[in-house]
Design a protein around this ligand. Structure first.
Ligand code: SF4
Ligand code: SF4
Length: 462
């Protein structure tokens, strides 16, 4: 049976028809999904805040060292030349999000987006603590200015500002080393105006967002909500209202009514202010507050839970669900291509870089019947530890080498230029001849810690 949903007024729930803001004050809710969300929020907040402090291999777990143009990621060290690998990292995250959305809907928005995590896990809880539950907040907001209202609002915003400042410092610590950050905090802002400006601007944005803008970020700015209709279909898991079971809504005592008693509890708990009974809407961030709210009501009136539930649109209409569908096969194909590309790309990245560079000017010289090529090896240690590098010439081509430094020690991401003089009798010159050197890291096996660098040996007629 095809479900006919009621025609509803077509404007965003938190914006009135005249364009003014309809500030949403969601009511508190308890239930299994709310509990699960708070556990996930606590874990994610711990991860976001602790990552710059946790060290792996002597470096922060995640740290983008802008000053030195280095990136540390869970023990791996990357420099500016490795930036192209970020493509695989970012596209991998994007692709995962697309696949998860196609199968499980907006789980990301409801459970893991930093905006949701901090709004629901921190800021709204503080508001509840200082200003009380929804009914009290609404009453106080509607009343005139009283001392009670003034001190509560002042305290709330003071706490918000302290948290916004703390979060901006945590954010900055992903880009500036902790000792530098501690040092900057102790000195006058005039000595580090750029970092200070960043912290102030970021704190102001965070305060504005979490104190006032809130769900408007999801509704107006975030592109993901708008894209979800392109990523989902009728078999994607969403949060929905079982219209066939719930309608006609009305008093539970009337046996001709469905299970919905029209208590509107699912509406008042919604952080974006929508009525899920009107069907799937772009404003739904998949928080499951309405599921917990309705389950609580169903328990009270002794009806089965799940009038509002996680299900697909087909499932809500009593139709059979498909797991395998063209959209998922297509996304699976793209994910496989991505995986092959990523494995290949990361296999190409080596523990060090060694490139042959020529000096400016004449590429060779002929001295006493001998052709000479003077080059430099640019050597970069891309590991997270100090390493010793050994330079050995490959002699089978007949080229002789003068290498002033055959052993060099480099710090993590340290680099140096090694001068090399390669010589060959002019009689032995032939096209395609190359100078070749083996660069190896002391104490590492040949496969991972050794590579041959080569460059054309140039001379008269080559
Ligand atoms: S909470 Fe459940 S019973 Fe109450 S209005 Fe919403 S759907 Fe109907
Ligand atoms: S409709 Fe339900 S799941 Fe969607 S945002 Fe509102 S409360 Fe959360």
């Amino acid at each position: 049976m095809t479900t006919r949903l009621p025609v509803v007024d077509e404007h965003a729930s938190s914006i009135r028809s005249d364009g003014s803001r309809n500030y949403v004050h969601p009511a508190d809710v308890k239930g299994r999904f709310t509990r699960l969300r708070y556990i996930i929020f606590a874990a994610l907040i711990a991860i976001y805040v602790l990552l710059p402090f946790v060290k792996i291999g002597g470096h922060p777990a995640v740290f983008m060292d802008i000053v030195n143009r280095r990136f540390y990621l869970f023990g791996g060290v990357f420099n500016a030349q490795d930036f192209w690998l970020m493509f695989f990292l970012l596209s991998g995250i994007g692709l995962t999000l697309v696949v998860v959305t196609a199968v499980k809907g907006r789980l990301w928005c409801g459970y893991a987006c930093p905006h949701t995590v901090f709004l629901e896990g921190v800021f709204r809880r503080i508001e509840r603590l200082i200003e009380g539950p929804r009914a009290q907040r609404l009453r106080r907001n509607a009343a005139g200015l009283t001392f009670d209202k003034l001190w509560r609002k002042t305290l709330k915003h003071a706490v918000y500002i302290v948290i916004a400042l703390s979060l901006s410092h945590v954010f900055i610590s992903y880009f500036v080393s902790l000792p530098s950050l501690v040092d900057m905090v102790q000195r006058s802002p005039a000595e580090h105006p750029t970092a200070f400006t960043w912290v102030i601007v970021m704190s102001a944005i965070l305060w504005f967002n979490f104190a006032w803008f809130r769900e408007q970020l999801c509704l107006i700015i975030c592109p993901y909500g708008r894209l979800q209709s392109a990523m989902t279909d009728r078999d994607t898991m969403v949060i929905g209202y079982d219209y066939n079971r719930g309608e006609p809504r009305g008093k539970a005592s009337d046996p001709s009514n469905g299970d919905c008693i029209d208590c509107k509890r699912c509406v008042v708990v919604c952080p974006t202010g929508i009525d899920i009974r009107n069907g799937l809407q772009m404003e739904c961030v998949g928080c499951a507050a309405c599921v917990d709210a309705c389950d609580e009501i169903m328990a009270k009136i002794d009806r089965p839970q799940g009038l509002v539930r996680y299900d697909s649109l087909n499932g809500l209409e009593g139709k059979s669900k498909r797991m395998s569908r063209p959209r998922l096969l297509f996304y699976g194909g793209i994910a496989t291509l991505w995986l092959v590309g990523a494995v290949f790309a990361f296999a190409q990245s080596s523990a060090f870089e060694a490139n042959v560079l020529r000096h400016e000017g004449a590429p060779f010289a002929v001295v006493d019947g001998q052709v000479r090529n003077s080059v430099r090896i640019h050597l970069v240690n891309k590991t997270s530890d100090r390493q010793v590098f050994l330079v050995e010439p490959e002699s089978e081509t007949g080229i002789e080498y003068i290498i002033p430094q055959t052993r060099v020690e480099l710090d993590s991401l340290g680099s140096t230029y090694l001068p090399i003089l390669a010589m060959l009798s002019a009689d032995e010159m032939k096209p395609g001849i190359k100078l070749r050197l083996t660069i190896s890291m002391e104490g590492h096996d040949e496969r991972k810690g050794s590579r041959i660098v080569e460059a054309p040996f140039v001379g008269p007629g080559s």
